[in-house]
Design a binder for this molecule. Sequence first.
Ligand SMILES: Cc1ncc(COP(=O)(O)O)c(C=O)c1O
Length: 485
Amino acid sequence: MAADRPTAGAIPDPSPETFARTLARVSEMAVAYLRDLPRREAFRRPPEDVAERLLNAPLPQTGVSAEEILAHVEAEILPYSLGIGHPRWWGFVRASAHPVGMATELLATTMNSNCAGSAQIATHLELTVLRWLTELVGYRADAGGLLMSGGSAANFVALAAMRERHLPGTRARGIDARSERPAVYATREVHGCVNRAVELLGLGSDALRWVPVDADRRMDVTALARMIVEDRAAGAMPLCVVATAGTVNSGAVDPLADMAELARREGLWFHVDGAYGAIGAALPELAEQYRGLDLADSIVVDPHKWLYVPYEAGAVLVRDPETLHQAFATQADYLEVQDEDYFNGPLWFHERGPQLSRGFRALKVWAVMQHIGMEGYRELWRHDLATAAELRRRAEDHPRLELAPSTHLSVCCFRYVPAHGDPNAFNRVLLDRIHRDGRLFVSGTTLESTFYLRACIINFRSTLDDARVAVETVVELGAALEREG
Ligand SMILES: Cc1ncc(COP(=O)(O)O)c(C=O)c1O
């Protein structure tokens, strides 16, 4: 007779004692990881043999114990993390994650909630977090949205809502971009995910109209106004203006109020990608730059960036949440719920976005936001801004370094100026040397044909002294590279 539950080899639920031992081991490893993080290289690439072993690992046939798996993780996985969270990890737009977020993430997976919607507590928590984010950036209290995996997915959702509002019925009939000739306005400083969203939504990247920028790399609104008029005259269909509040390249915040006003006059959707920088609206000393943010039709803000929440957590907020329903809601017999059903909750998030099954992202966002609080956040943000300012000051003062003009928020771009040769080629090699050295991690970018080393400081572990260490390291490595000729 077959056993009523599988046993041999199938490794079902461990006993509570065994699970507790596993968790104790995991917590030991997590604590050790964080303790050692500042002392290790900012980035450590996995050795070839480790990578090879993993890549060639066969499909497991016989189960192995949790202890064995954790021993493997400890030996061959944890040491080769990307290193985000190191005090001088300043590449791209990647933030240190708060340990309270890590701990609650474990509980989120313990609950294994599927956040499609329903009356579960996770739905209420997500609504709460969205309301907090709305208030944090000074948006409209009646806005609504959902948590997504990050800024790329959130921008896609926002632009899908835009498409459904401005090209109603597109979901059913599709779009003929050649005859309808949609136009979406942004600057070249916009994040690449906006291009991808425009492509995925069938508008075609030819729909993107690149509006020139001013000396601060902010959208030139006079040029925007002219382009809209010209495009209309030429038979195109202007749909949307995309602003960035905190560009990846330089941290610039587009002139939101002027763009909002023009978009309103022209009847266009006004979208603000504030994945990185929207939180600046919560700092009184920066608030002036963010005037007009509240007039947006949609806003993206990423908790996994400057709110220090572990990956993945992005958010999209839309002035009229009904547009999200128009863009995404689908009917399916297997999902039918009656209004009065016990299972029915305040909202079905799967009707607002592309995912049905959704992880319980809200728990870690809720926990970290609650733990730090707005007073704590303002202090941490100001410290990040001060560290970026210190880095700029040191780069500007150093005779071998050159600071890029006009960087904002917590972005600082600078380069080593070699006595001979092509500085762009030199700094590309220098960037690789910096990565190999491991004392800091920055990324690179090109501003007006000049390649720079680029730091974006959203890292509560960074100190002002880290700016000194970073500059000294870059100068030391740059000088060594020069000596090699
Ligand atoms: C302004 C901006 N928008 C969008 C994104 C994409 O966000 P994610 O990497 O979370 O998908 C980024 C990422 O750095 C960003 O800085």
